[in-house]
Design a protein around this ligand. Structure first.
Ligand SMILES: [Zn+2]
Length: 279
């Protein structure tokens, strides 16, 4: 179900990882952000977008980054030029296309295409700080190298950062991730941001919730870094640190709860990445 959470801005929550697809109108353009994941969900997003197409001069798909759960709907919007970060990572995109094929063929998901999804046809590569129509774009690195944040009036659409349901997943660099969180603080202040739409889990609609998301993400990363530091000080190898984490994963809480089993591997991957990046 599409929900109008702000004037002219609709969100749809997928059955996969509470992914938030967004449809919104700004000026005389229509934007669809990360239309995903299952075909019936994409069809519903397509249907809502179609209702607005007659009222606007332009229409675009915006991709927050190249992970598989965010790009699977692109072929269903073939007539929408795609906006993505100029840092778009074709290697990650290729891996994501493979992952969509694996996921769909394992879960028996039928789509309008067979085999591999075509490569994403990027029509415009957005620069950090670029203004385009009513929107401003920023790059956000750390989760992936190609994150794109979209600012529209007092709303920020931030991709997989500042989620209300998951701790930071660091796929590329924890230093970049921390820098991105600092950048958010500055950019949110500069744009008077009141709503933050993260692409997994509920939207942050108050200043205190936005602050809480920033604080908990930073706190998680700082604790993960000091865990690695302590291990190194005690003379432990990476494997020994990871073995301890598997024993103690229940003790490393996030949002006052133990890290759930199903996403614990993202925690151990984070620790591995922090160790390899160096503390
Ligand atoms: Zn995601």
């Amino acid at each position: 179900m599409m929900r109008e959470i702000l004037p002219n801005l609709y969100v749809r929550t997928s059955h996969i990882q509470k992914l938030q697809s967004v449809v919104f109108r700004a000026g005389d353009a229509l934007y669809v952000v990360d239309p995903c994941y299952f075909p019936d969900e994409i069809a519903e997003i397509r249907e809502l977008a179609r209702n607005f197409e007659g009222d606007v001069a332009e229409k675009f798909v915006i991709l927050t980054h190249s992970d598989f759960d965010h790009i699977a709907g692109v072929p269903d919007f073939a007539d929408y030029p795609v906006l993505a970060a100029s840092t778009w990572d074709p290697m990650n995109e290729q891996g994501a296309i493979d992952q969509i094929e694996r996921f769909d063929s394992e879960m028996y998901v039928d789509r309008g295409w067979l085999g591999k999804m075509p490569r994403v046809p990027i029509a415009h590569a957005c620069q950090h700080g670029e203004q385009r129509g009513a929107l401003t774009f920023y790059h956000a690195k750390g989760h992936t190298a190609d994150g794109l944040v979209t600012i529209f009036e007092h709303t920020a659409i931030v991709g997989d950062y500042l989620s209300g349901v998951e701790f930071p997943f660091v796929y590329t660099s924890y230093r970049d991730y921390l820098q991105t969180l600092s950048m958010f603080r500055e950019v949110f202040l500069a744009h008077g941001i009141e709503h933050v739409i993260s692409q997994h889990g509920p939207t942050a609609l108050t200043a205190s919730e936005i602050r809480h998301r920033l604080d908990t993400s930073e706190d998680y990363l700082h604790r993960a870094v000091s865990l690695v530091e302590r291990g190194i000080t005690r003379g432990l190898s990476l494997d020994e640190i990871l073995a301890e984490i598997l024993d103690d994963a229940g003790d490393f809480s996030y949002e006052t709860k133990p890290i759930p089993l199903g996403i614990r591997r993202f925690h151990t991957n984070n620790v591995r990445r922090i160790y390899e990046e160096g503390v």
